[in-house]
Design a protein around this ligand. Structure first.
Ligand code: HPA
Ligand code: ZN
Length: 363
């Protein structure tokens, strides 16, 4: 179901796109107003330090940082594992259904402010069940927030349950067993956590079972791992979309295959910068990926840790790569094309997007 607030998207101040001196560049105004989907967001990675401290207080948990500022200062990463260590520590304040609700509702409220119309949200159940929090507590809290956000904010969202790839397949199998009792609340399964040394093929059987149960399939691949991991994600796991995937550019045959199949890739520029996947955003591969006809989208990954929500990511690459207006529009449109909305809703959303762009061009 497409939220009712869908049209019009640009409102009365169309003309602002043509003005200067507003304090915001024309391109940044466009980014702020473009409707979009967010397809790569780990909900636990949206836990802002302020909420982390509030939940710690509510649950009687002591954090190993004396203040919000001290915690933010610890967010210095040189690779994925540095981040993951802090990320798993941070999520330890999430205990009750209310905590998961508050986390997700805060993110959805923030996403709506960026003109996000639809979200496909990762969560890491094993990061919670290993601490004694039940699968039901996690899923019911997140689902309550999604339902409230649909009713009150007009934003739609669905859940993707990720397996932690540093754990073994048997642990993922048990997690899938738990998910089957909540089948209707979960749209897909994904694969995240420490990539190197944990290739997608390690999870062949559990992904086959998930496919048989009707879940859509996703995997992080080619973030730190080699192009071979992307091949495994598409050929062995049979994923519907690849998360990150920029190292695919090292393999021309793989690029041709991804382009031919219109396989979507969810790119997260500020994450890539903060995890030193790229040394500088001016070297970010996003534009090269577009030039090679890949279906790429822009996303925030873990916005509380990487310094920005989805529009911050758009603005950062717009500025660093000098993206043109048509490229920005194409990226936002791709997010609808790459989404897993039911097909009629997706077609309706794309048509509404195109009408909005046409009206912008006429104004
Ligand atoms: N990569 C892999 N695993 C993750 C990430 C990421 O960026 N964020 C949360 N889990
Ligand atoms: Zn991710």
């Amino acid at each position: 179901m497409i939220p009712e607030k869908w049209e019009p998207v640009f409102g009365k101040d169309h003309a602002q796109t043509k003005r200067t001196g507003t304090g915001m560049t024309n391109h940044d105004w466009l980014i702020s107003r473009l409707p979009k989907c967010e397809l790569h967001i780990h909900i636990e990675g949206s836990l802002e330090p302020e909420l982390m401290f509030a939940l710690a207080r509510r649950n009687g948990i002591r954090l190993p940082y004396e203040s919000v500022e001290a915690l933010r200062r610890a967010y210095q990463f040189t690779r994925l594992q540095d981040f993951l260590d802090i990320y798993y520590q941070g999520m330890s304040v999430l205990i009750t259904e209310q905590d998961f609700h508050d986390l997700a509702f805060a993110y959805l409220t923030r996403a709506q402010a960026d003109n996000v119309h639809h979200v496909e949200m990762f969560f890491d159940p094993q990061g919670h069940t290993a601490r004694g929090v039940s699968f039901t507590t996690v899923v019911d809290g997140l689902t309550a927030a999604i339902e409230k956000a649909r009713a009150e904010l007009g934003i739609s969202a669905s859940l993707i349950m990720c397996f932690l790839r540093h754990l073994d397949e048997a642990d993922a199998e048990r997690t899938l067993d738990s998910a089957l009792a909540h089948r209707a609340k979960i749209m897909g399964v994904g694969l995240d956590s420490s990539e190197l040394g944990h290739p997608p093929a390690k999870f062949t059987r559990v992904f086959a079972r998930a496919r048989d149960a009707g879940f859509s399939l996703f995997a992080h691949a080619g973030e730190e791992g080699p192009p071979g991991y992307v091949w495994e994600a598409i050929d062995v796991l049979g994923v519907d979309r690849v998360d990150h995937g920029h190292r695919s550019l090292e393999d021309d045959t793989l690029v041709a295959r991804l382009a031919r199949d219109r396989m979507a890739l969810t790119v997260c520029p500020l994450s890539n910068l903060r995890l030193r996947v790229v040394d500088d955003l001016t070297h970010h591969p996003l534009r090269r990926m577009m030039q090679r006809d890949l279906l790429v989208t822009v996303n925030s990954d873990d916005p509380a840790y990487f310094g920005g929500y989805v529009n911050d990511n758009f603005r950062a690459v717009r500025q660093s790569l000098g993206l043109e207006r048509d490229e920005i529009i194409a990226l936002a449109r791709n997010s609808f094309v790459a989404s897993m909305m039911p097909e009629p809703d997706k077609q309706e959303a794309i048509a509404a997007f195109d009408r909005a762009i046409a009206s912008l061009h006429r104004s």
